[in-house]
Design a binder for this molecule. Structure first.
Ligand code: SAH
Length: 271
C-alpha cells in the first residue's frame, strides 16, 4: 500500500469518479468495465479488505484504504479528488448499489450542492451481488420473486427490520439476508429466525453462502428448523426459500435448489 501524501503536481486531464462493484471476490466474476476503471484509476479508495481483493496496483496508483464506517467521508474525499482532476475509483464488494458505496456517493453529491462536484463525470459500474453469486452455486433459488434485506441495525431501527421480515415472509418471497449477524448483535439472527418461522414451514430450504468467490468459500444447504446460527457471520449471505422452493438430488449426492417460476394454480406458461 502506498502513502496518503498528496501529490506534488496536479493532474492536467479531466477527472472522473467510478464506483465499482468487485463481485463476490473471484476475479473471474469482475466486469471488464470495472477492471478497466481499476487499471485507469490514479486513486483507489475503499475498505481495506475490498481493496486487497481489487489489487495488485501499480506504483503510480495511490491506494487509500479506510475503515468501513466512514462511507460519507470517503465519498466526499473521492469527489474532491475527482473535481481536482484525478481519476478516482471507489470499490465496493458485490454490487455498489446493494447495501454499499453508490448510495453514499450520491448522498454526498446531494448534500454538497457544489457545482464542481455535480460536473464530475460519475459512473456506477455494477457487480455481481452476494445473493446472486451464492444462488448460482446451488442452482436457482432466486428464480421467482425475491427480496434482499439487511439485518444490520446500524442504520435503521430493529423494529423496521422485524416488520419487513414479517411482511416478506407473509408475502412468500424468497428472502436474501445480508449482514445477518455480527459479534455486536448475535441475538438478532435468532430473532429474525423466530419471525420467519412463524410464517414458513420448518423444512423450508435455507442456503448459507459463506465467503463466496473467495478461498474459504462454503455453501451449506440446511432448513429453517435446522440452521446453526454459529455458521452465520458477516461473511455469510443467507437465502431463505419460499413455500415453492425445492431441493432435488443429482448425481453423487449433489443437491440443487430452485424456486420454480410458476405457482401450481397458474400452470407453466409464464415467459
Ligand atoms: N454490496 C455487497 C453487499 C455489502 S453488505 C453485495 O452486493 O454483495 C455486506 C454483506 O454482504 C455481508 O455481511 C454478507 O452478508 C454479504 N456478502 C458480501 N460478500 C459476500 C461473499 N463473498 N460471500 C457471502 N456473503 C457476502
Amino acid at each position: 500500500m502506498q502513502s496518503d501524501e498528496p501529490r506534488s503536481a496536479s493532474p492536467t486531464h479531466q477527472g472522473w469518479l467510478r464506483v465499482i462493484g468487485l463481485g463476490p471476490g473471484d476475479p473471474a466474476l469482475l466486469a471488464p468495465a470495472a477492471r478497466a476503471a481499476l487499471s485507469e484509476a490514479e486513486d483507489i479508495i475503499g475498505y481495506r479488505t475490498y481493496i486487497q481483493l481489487a489489487g495488485p496496483f501499480r506504483d503510480d496508483q495511490r491506494v487509500q484504504d479506510s475503515d468501513n464506517r466512514v462511507e460519507l467521508e470517503r465519498a466526499r474525499h473521492a469527489f474532491q479528488l475527482a473535481a481536482a482532476g484525478h481519476r478516482v475509483v471507489i470499490v465496493s464488494s458485490g454490487d455498489p448499489g446493494v447495501f454499499a458505496m453508490a448510495t453514499a456517493v450520491i448522498e454526498a453529491l446531494e448534500q454538497a450542492k457544489d457545482p464542481a462536484w455535480s460536473a464530475v463525470d460519475l459512473q456506477i459500474i455494477p457487480g455481481i451481488s452476494a445473493a446472486q453469486a451464492a444462488a448460482a452455486r446451488i442452482g436457482a433459488p432466486l428464480g421467482h420473486d425475491f427480496c434482499t434485506l439487511s439485518l444490520s441495525d446500524n442504520l435503521k431501527p430493529w423494529t423496521v427490520i422485524a416488520r419487513r421480515l414479517q411482511l416478506a415472509a407473509e408475502a412468500d418471497l424468497v428472502i436474501a439476508l445480508y449482514n445477518p449477524s455480527s459479534h455486536a448483535r448475535p441475538h438478532q439472527f435468532n430473532e429474525a429466525l423466530a419471525v420467519l418461522s412463524a410464517h414458513r414451514k420448518p423444512e423450508t430450504p435455507v442456503i448459507l453462502g459463506q465467503s463466496i468467490g473467495r478461498a474459504e468459500e462454503q455453501v451449506i444447504l440446511t432448513t429453517l428448523a435446522e440452521i446453526d446460527p454459529k455458521q452465520v457471520d458477516m461473511r455469510t449471505v443467507v437465502i431463505i426459500g419460499s413455500s415453492q422452493t425445492r431441493i432435488i438430488e443429482a448425481a453423487e449426492g449433489r443437491h440443487w435448489v430452485y424456486t420454480p417460476r410458476w405457482y401450481p394454480e397458474t400452470g407453466k406458461n409464464e415467459d
